[in-house]
Every structure is written in structure tokens, then in C-alpha cells.
Ligand binder design. Structure first.
Ligand code: SF4
Length: 1022
């Protein structure tokens, strides 16, 4: 028995030594039991690859300590089934539920259902097991501790008892069982010839105890550790602790081979002097004759740019220096920050990557579709979710008679029949369409389509009947029973998935993961003896399990891809080129926070890894010493809020070793095209430098589009809108002058819409844009205004004495009820649950408005309602302006009469109280136009009075025609003069093609059709 501990600095060939000795052993004894333990699967892969590179085919077992534990239990024939992560999670959940019911965890009870609580428990239990802490020992340390901690012990103890009673083990519990087996059976593993432990810089208690039991029965044991004798630098602290622990537990022969690092000078300088308070100067490469400096320090503006810089650098090494992708790696401090940026840049640059982070199973597209499907009956078939499920590529719903193409017809049903959600709404909408007399399918609305475009159609009668039957069948299939056991729920889901051929449409690996999770749920239910539950309860358990499952794709040893991981993954691996990202304050080293459950002193007593003082400098040292040839370090220098982002002290430590070597990349700086990593990037850089491609048709076309986009962006940076991308269509002025010439009849309301915002007017009246919104429950402000208008008009029109408020109020209630009855169909909305209350409120507002309007109308008699002008040539309003005579048409809400005098009333339901300023600035136009029309186009009398009636506020506007004064005019004449001037301006702009996006009052109307795409949209603040 010989146990050797090989300690030497990184890059001195420790792993190669182990491989040489392994090969030598197997050459001598081909059938010997040789085991290699490495920290994780990635390193196992790398180790296998290194062996393969020697050209030797050998039968050594290469794996993790977990594989050794499993081997021990297999040899002992211990029939302990291993609980998967899903099963362990369910057992913990059941343990929490049981102790909660018994009232044993009153302090933890309030957070038992919070997201992540069960994961925290699962993590802590795993940690305790890795440290070989038994529940009794944990309890002994916490007996007089805080009550929350004691409850944590109860949970740990109960969970462990539950596992033991079931005679199951969880993955972390394997170490306990293996250690116990070794302790009880001294003959176990006595046939091992050689054990190699490589790539570790620290060990858990379970690993140390296992080594303590295995090494003495193995012929040769070789353990490697990074470090060097007599070095007291901080980054070595972590290794010294590991060395101390091993030497305390094992009888070791320590070796410090005198191998020189095989690193280039710059990297060797970094390794030897990192964190040295007084490092020697580094001689610049030119002074010592290197071709390249091997180390790059790059400051990029953001994490996204760091990712691009790192991948561009690696691509250049792959292309120019013939580096194999698998010989390079990127390490980041926080995958959440860098993950998407790395994937985006790698995909753009065409670099294959392998990441150590798994994707949550629940985030994969197939499982997201499945979650949506199972949610449907819970959410009662909301329109969007239902349509998305029907068109999902992961299901074949033909067994229900539905195809993805049906989603188009159903989308039209949603709009036409205002389906918001609910199986009843869907079915009654299709029932309605099935009962229509017209057999033909119709295109929704007034939209006109060119001949070569096939618009989606509202289903005709036959199609509606078929869809009704199909949806009905689909809903029935998805309708869950009231309550059943988890096993039965799993079967229910499996049957659905088979029926909808989910497994045929989804990636095999994802299918396996899903099946495993469903199976694990069944097993855990049978283990916990869980009784029947409702569908919602099961779905919440299933979604929780899918959220906790990760998809890890470990590539084959020979797969060519760049390795991407976090700093923890760097340990033990070696690459020719390594990029290290995120050396900024708060990123790396990261801010440390104490464990809220087990405090630092208890963690230390129990032998758990500390949360504070995690020796992140040791991790950093490990990461920077992974590169054999090239190393790049990057940091972001601008924070998300635009403030400077300070470098971390790790960055400063490296910068101090290589003064003057930092390269700051400014995003606006010109870049050399030969360093572009993708065609898109080369093109982008070229255009910024004013260069355009000449020969490649694809690049020429892309350049044209980029230049086009560039012009639009430039236009947007002007404070004042101008140019063709900002509503200036003066190129069309000739056509516009013809179309809107003397023969054109202007609508009063459209003229007013121009005054609100010229571009809004252009989008809705000239381009005829309509915003197609998914139907929502309830009516919108315009629909409410229409109902108020209709009720007031009909009430005043139908009473015998329109000056009698009692008659008016009584009539208005009846009129309102009739209008309300037909309103959803008439105005096109689906009543919300508040519909009755909304009706009551509107009736009450009408009552108040009628009383106030009658009060203000002493001496006036209602005369005309909804009076139209301009429909026939005889009733067109002709307005003389400086640019000629203009024809105007419109509707006047109400005209009152007193002798020959007329009073014009225009109803408004908005909150605006229009004043003289609004008239002067052209914000309102209708009132003077209506007054002029009543007088001159309709010849009804002399308009002397007029105001906007604010229905909800039950009062007139501040603007009153009879009170106006302007220049030398008073009353309506003053209003006419102002209106003529403003109308003239509007018409001039329209004919000249000037439609700048500029809302009149600084904020945009909520109903603007251009708001979804207008970049100058500025919503009103409340
Ligand atoms: S969003 Fe505002 S600026 Fe743009 S068109 Fe509409 S109202 Fe005008």
C-alpha cells in the first residue's frame, strides 16, 4: 500500500504524470482494477480525451466519487433504489407537509409554499450529507439554537427517516451508505490496484472518509493537488487547507516534483506572481523575443460586448492558429448574465459551444407547449393559449379533428365573435356562425386585399360546424376528472400525450426526461402514499418537478466545441486558450452573503463550506492558470445604468503585472475588417466606416438594408421630426393636392384629428390603418361614448316635453335599457362581469347630466339631433379661406332653438374641458364648424351660442361661442375666424404632404392607431 500526494503548481504536468503511471500500471497488469476519480463529468470527459490522445486503449474506470460509491454498493449488492432529484424533491415536499400538519414547524410554515423553499431544503440536506453530518449530530449542535434552525433539523431528520423506512437512498446519501459499507466490510475493494484522484482543490468530508477507507486497501493511490512548497500566497490557501486535511487523515508520501511549468513566459509570470504584493517586473515580449504576448486584457462596454470580444478572439485563434474548438474555453462568473450573450454571439460567429449549465426542462419549447396544453382547462381556454396550442408544432390534434391551419379560422372567430376565453364562449361563437344563413366564408371587416393575397376567413357554416365539433371534442379530452391519485393523473397526462402524438414531435432527449419525471412522480406518490388530489394540485406538483429538472447535454469526448462554464467548472481542466469574463466590481469576486439558515460558525463546526470568505481568489487563480498558451481577461466598464463600472481587485492585480497592456474597446471605434468574426459584423463595421460591398449580391442587399435603417435611426435622433421617415411625404404633394383639392369634401372630425397629431391623421385617414387588438372583456372609451350619445339623442327625441327633467329621466332609463340590451352586438364588445354595475353607473351619470343640461337650457328648446350636413351638395358647408373654398361635412350632436337663435351642443365623454386656448391652437375645430354649418349649410337659423357638453362632469365646456373675442370679432364670428385660419393651415399641410408625428398637447391620444409602431409615442402621465 502506497499513498502518494503529488503537489505542484498548475501546468506542471500533474495530470500527464497520472496518465503515464496509469498506462504503465495497465501495461504491466492489463486486468488490474484501476480507478480515476475526478470532480465532475466534464473532467471525466477531458481525462478520457487525454488518454485517447496517447493512442492507448485501456480499461480504467474514470468517473466521480459518486461512481465509486455506486460501485461499492453494487459490490455489496445493497438493493437500495436511488431516488432521483424529482423523487427526493417530492419526498421533501411530503415531509414538509406532514410536519406542518403536525404543527412542528410553526416558524417555517409561513414560507413553506414560497418558490424555492423546497429547493433550499434539498440543497442544505445534500450539503449536510456530503459533510457526513447525521441528523443526531446536527441536532446536538443546534439544541439551544434558534427555533428556525431546530425546525430545519426536524425536517432533515424526518426526511432521512422517511428514506430509511422506504429503504431508499438519495444521490447524496449514497456516500453515507458507501462509507458504512466500507467500514463494515474490510475486504471490500481490496482488489484495487491503482486509484488516482486528480483535479481537486478541496474535498468534502465524505470524500476524505472514503479515501481514508479505500487508500489503505489499494496497492497504489495517487492524489494530486495544486500548490508549491513554501508559498504563502492567498490563492494557495484553498489548496493548503485541502493538503492539511489529507495529511491529517492519511499516511501520505508527499512529492513536490521539480517540473517547470510548460507555460509561456507571460502566463508563467502571472501564475507565479498573482496577488504577490511586490511582484518582479514583467519584460515586454519584444524584449525577450516572443511572437505574441499570450495574454490580453480587454475592457468592453458591457457583458454582451465582452462575450462577443471573447468569442471573436477564440474564432481568430481557431481560424488563424488552427486551434481546435475543444482546446478553448470561456469562464464566466454568472451564467444568468452571460448565457444569452454567449449563445447569440456563438451562433452568429458559427462557433459550436458546449455549456456546463443545463437548460431548465420547463424552458424548453416542447415542455413549454406541454405546460400550456395542461394549463388550458385550468385557465378555461383563454383565446391566445388555445390558439397557440392548436398551432403548436409539438402536437397533432387530428384525433380531435383540429389542424394547425384551423387556428387561422379560429383567430377570425375570436375577433368577429369577441371570444376572450372559456369553452362556452368558444362553442357559442361557433354555434352562432353555424346558424348563419350565408354559406360562404367571409373576410373580416372592410379590409381590401390584393388578388395574390389569400386572407384568413371567418369560417362559413359548414366549417363552423366542423370546428364546433372538433373543439368540443378537444375540450372533452382535456377536461380532467374531479380528483384522483397521482398515478392516475400521470396516466391521464400520458394518454393525452399519446393521443396528441407529443412524443413523435419532440426531441428524443426531452421526451426521455419528461417520461422519467412523470415516472418519478408516480414512484414518489406510491412511496409517500399520497392520497387523491385535484387536477390543480397535481399540475402544480408536475410543473414544480419540470422546473427543477435540467437538460444537460454532455458532448462526446471527441466533439469539437468550445467549452463554456463558470469559474467553479474551471478547476482541473486545461485548454490551450481560455477567456475569463466579468472581472468587474460585484461580478467577480461576487458579493458574499451569509447563509440565512445555517450561520457561518455552525457551518464551520459541521464541516460545511463557508458562505463568507469562500476564497474566491483561489478560484480566480485556478481559472487563470487553465490556459496553456493564450489567456484573455475581460471586464465590462459601463454598468446597466450608464455609470462607469469599476474593475474588481482581481483585474487590478493582473493589470499590475502587465502595466500598459489593457485594451479598451469603444463600441463606436472603427475596427479592422479582417478581425470581424461574421459576415454580418464585417458588413456592419464596413458601413460604419463609409464602405460598401461591391461584388457579393447578398452583402450588397444587406448593406442596402442597413443603410436604409441607418437613415431612419438618424432621422429619429433629430429633436424635431423631419424627413421622409418622420411623416414628410412631400414627394406626393402633387397627388395629394389633387386628391384633396377643391372637389374634396373634408370631414369635420378628420380635420380635428389632424389637429391632434398630423401623423395620427395620416396613419388612420390616409393610410387607413386599423389596429387589430385581441378582444378584451368590457367596452372601451369610444364604445362608452357612443352609448351615451345614443341614449341622450333618443331620450330627448322621444319625450313629449324635452324641457321636463322628470319625463326625461324616466325615459332615459327605458331608452338606456334598450340600448344596453343590444350594445354588445351593436358596438362590438363582450360584457365583463361588471356590466350590470357599469350600466347602473351610466344611468346615474345620465340622470345628473340631464338635470344639469335642462337647468342650463331655460328658454331653449331642443330642436335637432344628430343633424347631418354635407351628405348632399345642398347641405355642404362651404368655407372661404386664403387657399380657396373648402367643402366640409359632418354630424351635429344637438341644436337648440330660442326664436331665431341657435345653440350648438357637441357631446363629449372625455375628461378634457376645452377652453379658448384649445380653439386658438387648433386643438378643437368641430364646434365653430357645426355652428357655421347649422347657420349656412342647413339654414336653420342664426347660431349665437354653443359649447361642448361634458356628459360625465355634467357641465358645459369653458369654451362658449357666445363669449369669444378675437381680433375685431366677437361671439361665433370670432370662432369662425379662428377656425378658418386653422382649417387653412391643416389643408395646406395635407396637400403639401407634411404629417410630422407631434401630439398637440405633448402626449399622445390613447386611441392613436400609430401608437404601436410610432417611436415618438409619448403616453399621457396620470
Ligand atoms: S403615437 Fe403620438 S406622435 Fe405618434 S402618431 Fe400617435 S399621436 Fe402622433
Amino acid at each position: 500500500m502506497c499513498i502518494q500526494l503529488l503537489i505542484s503548481p498548475p501546468a506542471t504536468g500533474k495530470t500527464s504524470d497520472t496518465i503515464n503511471r496509469l498506462c504503465a500500471t495497465l501495461e504491466e497488469k492489463p486486468f488490474a482494477q484501476v480507478w480515476v476519480a475526478v470532480p465532475d463529468r466534464w473532467q471525466a470527459n477531458a481525462y478520457r480525451r487525454m488518454i485517447a490522445e496517447t493512442g492507448i486503449t485501456i480499461g480504467a474506470h474514470i468517473g466521480t466519487f459518486g461512481d465509486i460509491y455506486q460501485e461499492i454498493l453494487d459490490l455489496r449488492r445493497t438493493p437500495y433504489p436511488i431516488a432521483s432529484g424529482t423523487i427526493a424533491y417530492q419526498l421533501i415536499r411530503e415531509t414538509v407537509r406532514e410536519l406542518s400538519v403536525k404543527g412542528r414547524i410553526p416558524h417555517l410554515d409561513p414560507i413553506r409554499d414560497t418558490p424555492g423553499f423546497l429547493n433550499i431544503l434539498q440543497d442544505r440536506f445534500a450539503e449536510l450529507k456530503r459533510a457526513l453530518v447525521l441528523p443526531e449530530e446536527f441536532l446536538a449542535h443546534t439544541r439551544h439554537g434558534n427555533p428556525t434552525l431546530i425546525e430545519l433539523v426536524y425536517l432533515f431528520e424526518s426526511y432521512q427517516k422517511r428514506l430509511q423506512t422506504l429503504e431508499w437512498a438519495d444521490p447524496e446519501g449514497l456516500s453515507w451508505l458507501a462509507v458504512e459499507a466500507l467500514e463494515n466490510d474490510p475486504l471490500l475493494l481490496t482488489d484495487w490496484e491503482f486509484l488516482i484522484v486528480d483535479g481537486f482543490d478541496s474535498f468534502t468530508h465524505a470524500q476524505v472518509r472514503t479515501l481514508q477507507l479505500i487508500a489503505p486497501r489499494t496497492e497504489n493511490t495517487l492524489i494530486t493537488l495544486p500548490g508549491a512548497p513554501g508559498i504563502a500566497r492567498q490563492p494557495h490557501q484553498r489548496f493548503r487547507i485541502a493538503e492539511k486535511i489529507l495529511t491529517g487523515k492519511l499516511s501520505l508520501e508527499i512529492q513536490h516534483p521539480d517540473h517547470k511549468p510548460f507555460l509561456p513566459d507571460a502566463l508563467s509570470h502571472l501564475e507565479r506572481n498573482l496577488f504577490d504584493p511586490d511582484p518582479p517586473d514583467y519584460l515586454p515580449p519584444t524584449a525577450v523575443g516572443f511572437d505574441f504576448p499570450n495574454i490580453s486584457l480587454v475592457e468592453a462596454s458591457s457583458p454582451a460586448e465582452e462575450a462577443r470580444e471573447a468569442l471573436r478572439w477564440l474564432k481568430s485563434l481557431i481560424v488563424r492558429n488552427h486551434l481546435a474548438p475543444q482546446e478553448s474555453a470561456i469562464f464566466t462568473p454568472d451564467t444568468a448574465i452571460y448565457k444569452d450573450y454567449i449563445h447569440e454571439a456563438a451562433s452568429e460567429f458559427g462557433i459550436p459551444v458546449t455549456t456546463t449549465w443545463g437548460e431548465k426542462l420547463s424552458n424548453t419549447p416542447a415542455i413549454t407547449a406541454l405546460i400550456n396544453l395542461l394549463e388550458l382547462p385550468i385557465q378555461d381556454y383563454p383565446q391566445r393559449l388555445t390558439l397557440d396550442t392548436i398551432r403548436s408544432p409539438f402536437f397533432d390534434l387530428s384525433s380531435s379533428g383540429l389542424s394547425p391551419q384551423d387556428s387561422h379560422a379560429l383567430e377570425q372567430v375570436v375577433r368577429d365573435r369577441r371570444v376572450i376565453g372559456g369553452s362556452k364562449q368558444w362553442l357559442s361563437a361557433l354555434e352562432y356562425l353555424s346558424g348563419l344563413p350565408d354559406e360562404s366564408e367571409t373576410v373580416e371587416g372592410k379590409l381590401k386585399f390584393p388578388d395574390d393575397i389569400q386572407p384568413f376567413k371567418i369560417p362559413g357554416v359548414q366549417n363552423a360546424r366542423r370546428l364546433h365539433e372538433a373543439l368540443n371534442d378537444f375540450f372533452k379530452l382535456l377536461t380532467p376528472p374531479a380528483s384522483q391519485s397521482i398515478e392516475e393523473w400521470v396516466q391521464f397526462v400520458e394518454e393525452l400525450l399519446n393521443k396528441f402524438e407529443f412524443y413523435l414531435h419532440c426531441d428524443q432527449y426531452i421526451c426521455q426526461q419528461l417520461s422519467r419525471n412523470l415516472n418519478d412522480l408516480s414512484i414518489s406518490a406510491s412511496l409517500t402514499g399520497e392520497k387523491s388530489m385535484e387536477y390543480r394540485g397535481f399540475i402544480s406538483i408536475l410543473f414544480g418537478a419540470l422546473d427543477n429538472a435540467f437538460v444537460h447535454v454532455i458532448p462526446a469526448a471527441d466533439e469539437e466545441s468550445v467549452f463554456i462554464g463558470n469559474y467553479f467548472d474551471a478547476r482541473g481542466l486545461r485548454f490551450k486558450a481560455v477567456a475569463i469574463l466579468g472581472l468587474a466590481e460585484g461580478l467577480f469576486p461576487s458579493t458574499e452573503r451569509a447563509d440565512p439558515f445555517i450561520d457561518e460558525s455552525l457551518r464551520s463546526k459541521l464541516g460545511l463550506e463557508p458562505y463568507i470568505g469562500r476564497q474566491q481568489d483561489g478560484l480566480f487563480y485556478q481559472a487563470v492558470t487553465r490556459a496553456d498558451d493564450y489567456l484573455m481577461l475581460t471586464r465590462p466598464y459601463i454598468a446597466e445604468n450608464g455609470e462607469p463600472w469599476e474593475p474588481s481587485h482581481f483585474w487590478i492585480a493582473v493589470e499590475n503585472l502587465f502595466p500598459g497592456s489593457v485594451l479598451r474597446i469603444k463600441s463606436e471605434a472603427a475596427r479592422s475588417l479582417q478581425n470581424a468574426a461574421s459576415r454580418g459584423e464585417a458588413l456592419f463595421w464596413a458601413i460604419r466606416q463609409g464602405r460598401t460591398p461591391k461584388h457579393d449580391p447578398d452583402l450588397i442587399d444587406r448593406a442596402r438594408r442597413i443603410i436604409h435603417a441607418q437613415k431612419i435611426l438618424q432621422a429619429r435622433t433629430y429633436g424635431i421630426p423631419k424627413g421622409p421617415y418622420e411623416g414628410d411625404v412631400s414627394d406626393l404633394s402633387e397627388t395629394l393636392s389633387q386628391d384633396f383639392g377643391e372637389q374634396h369634401t373634408w370631414s369635420a372630425s378628420r380635420l380635428e384629428s389632424f389637429s391632434k397629431c398630423a401623423f395620427m391623421h395620416y396613419a388612420s385617414n390616409l393610410l387607413r390603418f386599423e389596429e387589430i387588438k385581441p378582444p378584451e372583456s368590457g367596452f372601451d372609451p369610444a364604445q362608452r361614448g357612443s352609448m351615451y350619445h345614443a341614449i341622450l339623442e333618443e331620450t330627448f327625441r322621444s319625450v313629449e316635453d324635452p324641457t321636463d327633467p322628470v319625463q326625461l329621466i324616466a325615459t332615459s332609463v327605458n331608452v338606456a335599457q334598450e340600448i344596453f340590451r343590444d350594445a354588445p352586438e351593436e358596438y362590438g364588445f363582450r360584457p365583463s362581469t361588471l356590466w350590470q354595475a357599469e350600466q347602473d353607473e351610466m344611468i346615474s351619470k345620465l340622470e345628473k347630466t340631464i338635470i344639469e343640461l335642462v337647468e342650463l337650457s331655460q328658454g331653449w328648446s331642443p330642436y335637432k339631433f344628430e343633424q347631418r350636413f354635407g351628405k348632399t351638395p345642398a347641405t355642404v358647408l362651404i368655407v372661404d379661406t386664403g387657399i380657396g373654398r373648402l367643402k366640409i361635412s359632418g354630424f351635429i350632436d344637438r341644436i337648440d332653438r330660442k326664436g331665431e337663435e341657435l345653440r350648438i351642443i357637441d357631446y363629449k365623454t372625455g375628461s378634457n374641458n376645452f377652453g379658448v386656448k384649445d380653439l386658438l391652437e387648433g386643438y378643437v375645430l368641430q364646434l365653430p364648424i357645426y355652428a357655421l354649418a347649422a347657420q349656412e349649410a342647413l339654414n336653420l337659423g342664426r347660431a349665437t351660442h354653443g359649447f361642448y357638453w361634458r356628459i360625465i362632469a355634467a357641465e358645459p365646456s369653458s369654451l362658449k361661442l357666445e363669449k369669444l373675442k378675437y381680433e375685431n370679432e366677437t361671439g361665433p364670428q370670432a370662432a369662425y375666424k379662428i377656425a378658418r385660419r386653422n382649417i387653412e393651415q391643416i389643408v395646406k399641410h395635407v396637400r403639401a404632404g407634411k404629417f410630422p408625428p407631434q401630439p398637440a398637447k405633448g402626449s399622445c391620444p390613447t386611441y392613436c392607431v400609430a401608437a404601436p409602431f410610432c417611436w415618438r409615442f409619448y403616453p399621457a402621465r396620470f
